[in-house]
Design a binder for this molecule. Structure first.
Ligand SMILES: Nc1nc2c(ncn2[C@@H]2O[C@H](COP(=O)(O)OP(=O)(O)OP(=O)(O)O)[C@@H](O)[C@H]2O)c(=O)[nH]1
Ligand SMILES: [Mg+2]
Length: 294
């Protein structure tokens, strides 16, 4: 039997469930997820190993109209994925077609001539009756290879998606070794989990002003312990005050949920030390952006 392999881009507007799908396919958390849009900021690779097949999924930041340098860099990295992959998964969510978000995506899609599967996600949320007309309407906008309704949350439709993907892969070698399911460094994943908890605990604009860097990871094997020290960057002193909270309660809550999640992910006890610094206007400063990994 010939081995099949390929790169598959997961692309779409913010908040439709792209990262949730990647985690669901891999059966493990490699990408952070939150109820707020613009959670994913970098391209995240997740590698699926199946019988005679390897699929390299590329999760991307949600594509939207934007002016700030941070978001421009996010959107640019998502748009680049149109060129880089073999197959595109364009994801939207149940509900009326959002023209402002969907039409620009379609324009990019028509520029590259690649197989594209349209995923309508979050079907667990709505009545089934709306699906058929919605699928027909999307079908009129573009000759998608196939339109698949799914729920990344419950897993509904995901095995059908995997079958449809496999049937479109070409013969090729495995790109990554069997034991590898992401190309992210440990540091990056830890910083991302901390960032996820900031999205969960803090309201409004604050999460968008935060970046996280891991300074040090120290392994204490005889205690089955990882000591991690990380720093959260915000743009202003007042944001720093909010993030730390009264008597440090907010930063403690963020640290506690990050620690619990990291313990689950790494299977060891974690000691997490979090500090907060102000990096003035880092979301607008291209040099600071680069320094913070964007
Ligand atoms: N009900 C329901 N909620 C979902 C489903 N998939 C994702 N969600 C929720 O939708 C929200 C956004 O999910 P993400 O996976 O972070 O979305 P994303 O497309 O990666 O978002 P960005 O990274 O911001 O572009 C989270 O609160 C998820 O729990 C689904 O199938 N059903
Ligand atoms: Mg995401």
């Amino acid at each position: 039997m010939t081995f099949l392999s390929g790169y598959i881009g997961i692309i779409g507007p913010p908040n439709v469930g792209k990262s949730t799908l990647l985690n669901r396919i891999l059966g493990r958390k490699v990408a952070i997820v939150s109820p707020k849009p613009q959670t994913t900021r970098n391209r995240i690779i997740g590698i699926y190993h199946g019988e005679g097949v390897q699929m390299v999924f590329v999760d991307t930041p949600g594509i939207h109209k934007t002016r700030t340098p941070l978001h421009q860099s996010m959107v640019a990295s998502a748009l680049a994925v149109f060129q880089e992959v073999d197959i595109l998964l364009l994801m939207v969510q149940l509900g009326d077609i959002d023209r402002v978000l969907f039409f620009p995506l379609l324009k990019n899609l028509k520029r590259v001539n690649k197989p594209c599967l349209l995923l309508i996600n979050k079907i667990d949320k709505g009545p089934r009756e709306v699906l058929l007309p919605l699928m027909a309407e999307y079908g009129r906008r573009h000759p998608f290879d196939v339109i698949i309704p799914i729920s990344a949350l419950t897993g509904d439709g995901v095995s059908l998606l995997m079958k449809e993907l496999k049937s479109r892969l070409l013969p090729g070698p495995p790109f990554f070794p069997e034991e590898m399911d992401t190309d992210q460094s440990e540091d990056f994943l830890i910083a991302e989990v901390i960032r996820e908890k900031i999205y969960l605990h803090l309201r409004q604009e604050l999460p968008y002003a935060c970046a996280v860097g891991v300074n040090r990871i120290e392994d204490v094997p005889d205690k089955n312990l990882l000591r991690i020290s990380a720093r959260i960057y915000v743009e202003t002193e007042s944001q720093k005050g909010i993030l730390i909270g009264r008597k440090g309660r907010m930063i403690q809550a963020v640290g506690r949920s990050a620690r619990m999640d990291l313990e689950r992910i790494f299977g060891v006890r974690i000691y997490l030390d979090l500090a907060v610094s102000v990096e003035k206007n880092w979301t607008r400063d291209t040099r600071a952006l680069r320094r913070l990994g964007y």
